[in-house]
Design a protein around this ligand. Structure first.
Ligand code: PLP
Length: 466
């Protein structure tokens, strides 16, 4: 990475990896169902021995056969080894019991206590006047943009990889009749004032669509935009009367990092409030997903001023997103904030462990690992993503991955991370011994890998942001 901050973060993370991953492994090892320990692979056996030598605290499994049924016990094991997305979590027994006990009023009549309580809690945590429960992050982002954008012609500035324009089915054009200006950050990681200022469309030239909104995503592909830069962008926006929206689908991960770096306590509501309020301060509105790393089964919050939320509530109805008895969803989300947010630091430590393991083996790491995502390429050690994926799938207890992006969450098992690294190590050894029968050599890549080689750096950048 060309940017100083990126490489600094990067190196300090590498140095702290082993210690923090040991801490994290020991704190969460017992949440998962028993794991079959027979393996013919010496590397795998070594890694299993490593994990089983960790101190094992006694804690109740999150899903039991008595409450959740055996298929959900099995599902927990499967998703604890699934690196496709941080949406690959499952509700725990305790979380669903909280839903069972939730209020059952009609939220469209403003009669559901637990939905109102969740909205009040998130408004307070983010330092905003009001909040609105929505069913998805796409909905709360698009609601925010639609609510802010009053009358075309107008335009929105985003990072070229931003979810709001790249992955929300063209919603900005569809709902808000706005043009997007997608910028490529010069530092290769995050947008700065120097990227945004020259791209602002100001004035009354009738050929143009003036900039009304700047939308920032934090984290973007797991990387954190430094808060000083967010503040600078906010000042620029204010000077030109431009609104700031944050796609904070994973702002919980940033808050977890702030809490950890300042040695605050993630279990303390007040510490979370201080971190989130600071992160959200430069924005008129923020969307915070509940169903990503913190593992609510559904939902996303939109926060902002009272007037803004009042109008967004109107649009939510028009979008078909008004939910009647939403108390069960709100209670599960509330549970996730209380019980799962404090575990995000553990998943960050596991991500660093995975990054270190893969980079020690010679894999290329494509982006700084600030939080819970690792982007990697095994081509440098003679392996293709498809071959790694296929071998992981064939393990006695399969591991699932998708493309270059590996995502960890509060239910990712430390053992899955060790098995992942051990499996790549084994494949690498086979290539070095000339025994890698199923490993495709350079020039024989599958379509997706071929594409990656052909498009080189451009492809590397483009994969960040899905
Ligand atoms: C950064 C970001 N924003 C918004 C969303 C949309 O969330 P949802 O899938 O709940 O619509 C996602 C989904 O992955 C995302 O990654």
């Amino acid at each position: 990475m060309s940017c100083c901050r990126g490489s600094l973060v990067y190196h300090s993370i590498i140095h702290s990896t082993v210690q923090s991953s040991r801490r994290s492994l020991s704190s969460s090892v017992c949440k998962f169902p028993p794991f079959p320990t027979s393996s013919s692979s010496p590397t795998l056996r070594r890694s299993l021995a490593f994990v089983s030598s960790m101190p094992v605290p006694m804690s109740k499994p999150e899903v039991t056969a008595e409450v959740g049924g055996q298929r959900n016990v099995d599902k927990l094991l499967a998703i604890s080894r699934d690196f496709r997305s941080d949406t690959m979590t499952i509700p725990t027994d305790a979380q669903l019991l909280a839903s069972l006990r939730a209020s059952r009023g009609d939220d469209l009549y403003s009669e559901d206590e637990d939905t109102a309580a969740l909205e009040a809690r998130v408004a307070r945590l983010t330092g905003k006047e009001a909040a609105l429960f929505g069913v998805s992050g796409t909905m709360t982002n698009q609601l925010a943009i639609r609510t802010h954008m009053k009358q075309p012609p107008h335009s929105v500035i985003t990072d070229y990889r931003a979810h709001v324009h790249k992955m929300e089915a063209g919603g900005i054009a569809m709902f808000s009749q706005a043009t997007t200006h997608q910028l490529v950050p010069h530092n290769g990681i995050y947008l700065t004032v120097e990227d945004i200022e020259p791209a602002l469309v100001l004035g009354e030239d009738i050929h143009t669509a003036p900039t009304k909104l700047i939308c920032i995503e934090n984290t973007l592909s797991g990387t954190i935009i430094p808060q000083e830069e967010v503040v600078r962008i906010g000042e620029l926006a204010r000077r030109h009367d431009i609104i700031m929206h944050l796609d904070g689908a994973r702002i919980w991960n940033v808050a977890a990092k702030v809490v950890e770096d300042r040695v605050m306590d993630p279990r303390q509501e007040e510490d979370l409030r201080v971190a989130l309020t600071e992160l959200c301060e430069p924005f008129e509105s923020v969307s915070l997903c509940l169903s990503k790393g913190i593992g609510a089964p559904i939902g996303s919050m939109l926060v902002g001023s009272k007037d803004f939320i009042k109008r967004a509530r109107w649009f939510r109805k028009a979008f078909g997103g008004g939910v009647r008895q939403s108390g069960g969803m709100a209670a599960a989300a509330d549970y996730a904030i209380t019980h799962h947010f404090p575990r995000l630091a553990d998943s960050h430590a596991l991500a660093r462990r995975l990054e270190q393991g893969l980079s020690d083996l010679g894999c290329e790491i494509l982006a700084p690992v600030d939080t819970s995502m690792v982007f990697f390429s095994p081509l440098s050690i003679g392996l293709t993503l498809d071959s790694v994926s296929a071998r992981l799938k064939s393990l006695p207890v399969p591991i699932t991955m998708m493309r270059e992006r590996l995502v960890l969450h509060h239910q990712t098992s430390p053992q899955a991370v060790e098995d992942f690294i051990a499996c790549v190590a084994e494949m690498k050894a086979e290539v070095e011994d000339g025994k890698g029968a199923e490993v495709r050599k350079e020039g024989e890549q599958s379509t997706s890998d071929e594409k990656m080689v052909v498009e080189g750096k451009l492809r590397k950048q483009a994969v960040l942001g899905y």
